[in-house]
Ligand binder design. Structure first.
Ligand SMILES: Cc1cc2nc3c(=O)[nH]c(=O)nc-3n(C[C@H](O)[C@H](O)[C@H](O)COP(=O)(O)OP(=O)(O)OC[C@H]3O[C@@H](n4cnc5c(N)ncnc54)[C@H](O)[C@@H]3O)c2cc1C
Length: 550
């Protein structure tokens, strides 16, 4: 794009909830000039989203805040569902992530940690700033900002990202419909102190005539979400006594509740936009989709959207990729949002069942269904969001040939899948013990695998490819040569980073029986893979993504 000097900033982010804050942090990490504004005078102190899923924690690892988030929260390692006198468990133990749990952390804390990170990266949230209007043209966007006290300011930016929540004024100004409807049910919410013998490292859901979910928080508190015929009476926020009564009738009768921090009645909606982008304006997070909180996906989905879009904006802003790269935001994220809406709708209908016969059948079938390994894995991958993939995206690809169709390359992640973690010792970066540590940067990463039976000739070819890519795409792609226990001939041809894969665990995880390569995007997804390594095929792919370099 034309980076005209009239642009005050590259990107204007509207809304400093979790989506906008991750957007601003990521843009700052990528060196993109951005401003983030929010109309609220102070950050909300409401706990709202409590469940930070594994994939979001992986994003937090890249952002450098995962330790802080984990230290501030509470870990839940599984979900117990009690129905029809039986208990079914979903364990997160087998999740293929360094974070096999749900982190229970109040949204207000998550936002605080993100805002601190933004400050450390040189950014700041500008508060009490509303966005009454904006206008886009071929070169950028002119936005009117309304400051506290009525002062108006005009900002020119290359792009605008609307992260301004369910009532998004950016979406309204664009005239993008928010299609969907509310659910008829009204739910109760309570953050209260709870005395009980229930294990605090699990979430608990009781399904009977109504529903009671108990989420352990820090300091002996629990979030309670409840629904029954009484909650639907439409009489406003519940009292502590009413919450106690519904917990006793649907949930465990022995628990004692006290010290409420937040008591509320709320209605859930299922809505989404069909267009997450209009020209230079993007919608992300609740501005683009809202759904039931059952399943704990809303905040996490918004964070993934910001993570998906930021690196693309950075490449286009820097002139390293054409503007068509930005089309992939809609192409990749819209199907994910639609699938989250379908999944949470299914769960919500399953949980809030009115018909007693269907409820009895559900309760009978549940323990049997939940005991199946495939169901456990599917549920884990969905809730944790590590199962999300962009396999149908036009900007991912792979080339490998029928003669090479041994099962093992199929065992590796397909183009568009999330790149999995595995042990990896960085010879050039001695503190490195896991692949994810090498993926924390803002560049694409090229992993050149020597294969299980590596030869000096195989390494020489990899080194040649690595050198060419490094020369042509320096500053955009970081190259690592992944060697097995032995490294024949590396010293002769390669002076770049070497990752030692002791016991070939990383090779196996990536199906790298023979020499092959993987490109990993800055958001941790496989952009491209190739076997046998062919420089021409690799260059063809890179030309699809990056602007031509001499
Ligand atoms: C009770 C409850 C429980 C939930 N539990 C979970 C859970 O466990 N897991 C999960 O993932 N999600 C959960 N959610 C959903 C989650 O809270 C939302 O999905 C999340 O807040 C969306 O983040 P966001 O940044 O997109 O929008 P928001 O958090 O709504 O932030 C939008 C920001 O934009 C600002 N803004 C609005 N209009 C303007 C304007 N015109 N100009 C400038 N600024 C503006 C607002 O002040 C706000 O700060 C829950 C929600 C509720 C209510």
């Amino acid at each position: 794009m034309n980076r005209g000097a009239e642009h005050h900033v590259d990107v204007l982010v509207v809304g400093a909830g979790p989506t906008g804050l991750v957007m601003a942090c990521e843009l700052a990490r990528h060196g993109v000039r951005c401003r983030i504004v929010d109309k609220a005078a102070v950050r909300s102190d409401k706990s709202k989203a409590l469940g930070v899923q594994a994939r979001t924690l992986e994003v937090f690892e890249s952002l450098g805040i995962v330790e802080k988030a984990i230290a501030a929260g509470h870990l839940a390692e599984g979900i117990n569902i009690y129905a029809g006198g039986k208990k079914a468990c979903l364990s997160l133990e087998g999740l293929e992530s360094p974070y096999p749990f749900v982190l229970i952390l109040e949204q207000s804390e998550t936002e605080q940690i993100l805002e601190d990170r933004l400050r450390a990266l040189g950014g700041t949230v500008e508060r009490q700033v509303d966005v009454p209007s904006f206008k886009q043209d071929g070169e950028g966007i002119t936005t009117t900002l309304l400051h506290a006290g009525g002062r108006e300011e005009t900002v020119r930016s290359g792009w605008l990202v609307g992260c301004d929540g369910a009532h998004s004024s950016i979406r309204h100004t664009l005239g993008v419909p928010f299609e969907g409807a509310p659910y008829p049910e009204e739910l109760w919410l309570a953050d209260v102190r709870m005395e009980s013998s229930l294990p605090r490292d699990q979430l608990h859901a009781f399904w009977g005539k109504g529903v009671v979910a108990l989420v352990p928080m820090r300091g002996g508190y629990h979030r309670i979400i409840a629904w029954s015929r009484e909650t639907n009476a439409g009489h406003g926020d519940p009292t502590l006594q009413e919450i106690q009564a519904i917990v006793h009738s649907v949930g465990p009768p022995w628990v004692v509740l006290s010290d409420p921090i937040w008591l509320a009645s709320f209605r859930i909606h299922r809505r989404m936009v069909q267009e997450m982008r209009q020209g230079r304006v993007f919608l992300a997070g609740d501005a683009a989709h809202i759904h039931s909180p059952i399943g704990g996906q809303g905040m996490n989905t918004g964070i993934q959207e910001a993570y998906n879009l930021a690196w693309k904006l950075a490449l286009v802003r820097g002139g390293h990729a054409g503007p068509a790269l930005l089309d992939s935001y809609q192409e990749e994220r819209h199907p994910v949002a639609a699938s989250v809406l379908r999944g949470t709708n299914f769960l919500t209908r399953l949980v809030l069942m009115h018909n007693p016969i269907l409820r009895a059948a559900r309760n009978l079938a549940l323990p049997f269904i939940m005991s199946r390994t495939s169901v456990q894995q599917q549920a884990r991958d969905m809730i944790s969001e590590i199962g999300i993939n962009y396999r149908r995206s036009p900007i991912v690809g792979e080339s490998w040939f029928p003669a090479d169709m041994e099962r093992d390359f199929s065992a590796g992640p397909t183009a568009g899948d999330r790149a999995p973690d595995a042990p990896a010792v960085g010879l050039s970066f001695p503190a490195t013990t896991r692949l994810f540590q090498l993926l924390r940067g803002t560049e694409h990463v090229l992993l050149l695998f020597g294969g299980a039976h590596s030869t000096a000739q195989g390494y020489r070819q990899l080194a040649e490819t690595g050198h060419k890519v490094q020369q042509r795409y320096s500053g955009l792609i970081t190259v690592h040569l992944v060697a097995g226990d032995t490294m024949p001939g590396i010293g002769l041809d390669w002076y770049g980073s070497v990752v030692l894969d002791k016991g070939l665990i990383l090779h196996r995880r990536y199906g790298a029986v023979s020499p092959c390569l993987y490109f990993i995007r800055p958001d941790g997804y496989v952009a491209y893979r190739n076997r046998p390594v062919q420089l021409e095929a690799v260059e063809n792919y890179l030309r699809r993504i990056f602007a031509r370099r001499s």
